[in-house]
Ligand binder design. Structure first.
Ligand SMILES: NC(=O)c1ccc[n+]([C@@H]2O[C@H](COP(=O)([O-])OP(=O)(O)OC[C@H]3O[C@@H](n4cnc5c(N)ncnc54)[C@H](O)[C@@H]3O)[C@@H](O)[C@H]2O)c1
Length: 418
């Protein structure tokens, strides 16, 4: 018989992961306190409002707050379970920056009581859950933790990574299978009792380091496959072979599925997380490092191709279509499209560049310093352009096919007009 969780949950970090998790738990009738260091986030949440754009999140927050099950705070109160969902970016040398995780642990430690569980949801290098336990053990020598060995444990520790897709978070947070890794089997079982409250996918119990590595392996797998597609694209282009035809034909093999190439790999997960594996095993992670380098080079290659085409005109106008890191969302984090536009603008200051994205209404900060850049509507940008560069396959751009593109030089990095 599985344990049923009862008690109060504190979630530290009210972002794209913490807030949907808070809603999922609170709407099951459990009291959840959402903690954030950003007063704007806390004030908005207290009013039942949310600044993040994610389908069904706003209505979920409004309902959970109105029912009184979701409250917000700048301070960490006492609770039965603490879930950490703070950012884990990397340093300049590509090693994981765990400062937000450590800050969260330092805030949690003083309020911990016997029987509590600390769950790390942030994506982290292998060994981080154990490190969290060590930090707590240092800060609270009065509490017994799993690092003290066999016997009674006062505080339990687990890693439960997220694998939701932005744009479908509220669905996937419920439906996806869930990896729950404990520092001990009892830790995993205790953590699972929380996820069983709302998860309809299977809950897979394991140890903490395997859960950490599984999450990183998922994103490295995606990155390596994208790098393969991008390399095939690069080679085909240099041999004057149509890469879309190559992929279409190769994918008719019953055991081959080559992904679509593109202008690079964006978002704040896939371009970041593989580096955590590389820094954990630098001498062994050869393929994973190479994939990162291939994908990081893509925006440079695309920009070089556009510049080469532009040099064949006297005073050309280039339309760059798409700025977000993927199609049909407004998220511009680590977007390779922005890198491409910036690199073109930098290489040819005399070029007139019109940028169009139905989801972006002001030029991103990174592009703010270029005088030769202007935001334009997609149709106007294409109308005025000599060269049209497709960077993101937003639905709006598909309808541009043939009619408006004739007579223009077209560089379609996503193959939607093929
Ligand atoms: N967004 C995704 O699609 C996704 C998917 C899988 C995994 N993840 C991982 O989940 C973690 C969180 O990502 P996110 O997208 O939710 O980040 P986010 O930037 O959307 O939100 C993080 C929140 O944490 C707050 N914060 C930072 N330090 C804090 C502290 N010490 N105390 C309290 N609040 C603090 C920030 O103010 C922010 O509101 C990361 O490790 C990320 O890699 C994200």
């Amino acid at each position: 018989m599985n344990d049923v969780f009862q008690g109060r949950v504190v979630i530290v970090g009210m972002g794209y992961i913490g807030l949907p998790t808070a809603v999922a738990i609170a709407t099951r009738g459990i009291d959840v306190v959402g903690v954030d260091i950003n007063p704007d986030v806390v004030n908005a949440l207290s009013r039942g409002e949310v600044a993040l754009v994610e389908p069904d999140l706003a209505v979920g927050v409004k309902g959970a707050v109105a029912m009184g099950h979701l409250t917000a705070s700048l301070e960490i109160p006492q609770a039965d379970a603490f879930i950490i969902a703070v950012p884990t970016p990397f340093h300049h040398d590509k090693t994981a920056d765990l400062s937000c995780v450590e800050a969260a642990v330092r805030q949690i430690a003083p309020v911990l009581r016997p029987g509590n569980i600390v769950i790390l949801e942030s994506t982290c290098p292998p060994g981080t859950t154990e490190k969290v336990c060590e930090w707590v053990a240092d800060l609270r020598p009065d509490l017994k933790t799993p690092i003290h060995g066999e016997g009674r444990t006062d505080v339990f520790f687990a890693h439960c990574p997220e694998r939701v897709l932005p744009g479908r978070i509220m669905i996937e947070i419920i439906m996806n299978d869930r990896v729950v890794g404990g520092l001990t089997p009892a830790c995993a079982e205790k953590a699972a009792s929380i996820y069983r409250l709302f998860a309809k996918g299977e809950i897979l119990l394991t140890d903490a380091a395997s859960a950490e590595m599984a999450k990183l392996a998922e994103n490295a797998y995606r990155d390596v496959n994208l790098a393969f597609a991008n390399e095939i694209s690069l080679i085909s282009e240099s041999l004057h072979i149509d890469v879309w035809e190559v992929i279409r034909l190769a994918n008719r093999h019953p055991r081959v599925t080559i992904l679509n190439p593109g202008p690079g790999v964006g978002g704040h997960c896939i371009p970041v997380d593989p580096w955590f594996i590389v820094s954990a095993a630098p001498d062994m992670a050869k393929l994973i490092r190479a994939a990162r380098e291939v994908n990081d080079h893509r925006p440079h290659h695309v920009a070089e191709q556009v510049v080469e085409k532009a040099r064949q005109f006297r005073a050309p106008t280039v339309a760059c279509l798409g700025l977000t890191f993927k199609a049909n969302v407004d998220d511009i984090r680590e977007s390779p499209a922005i890198d491409v536009v910036g690199l073109i603008a930098q290489a040819m200051p005399e070029l007139s560049i019109l940028v169009a994205d139905p989801y972006v209404h002001t030029l991103p900060e990174r592009l703010g310093n270029y005088a030769n850049l202007k935001l334009e509507s997609p149709f106007k940008a294409v109308e005025k352009a000599d060269i049209v560069v497709l960077l993101v396959e937003h639905e709006t751009f598909r309808s541009l096919k043939n009619t408006r593109l004739s007579g223009k030089v077209v560089y379609d990095t996503r193959g939607i007009w093929h």
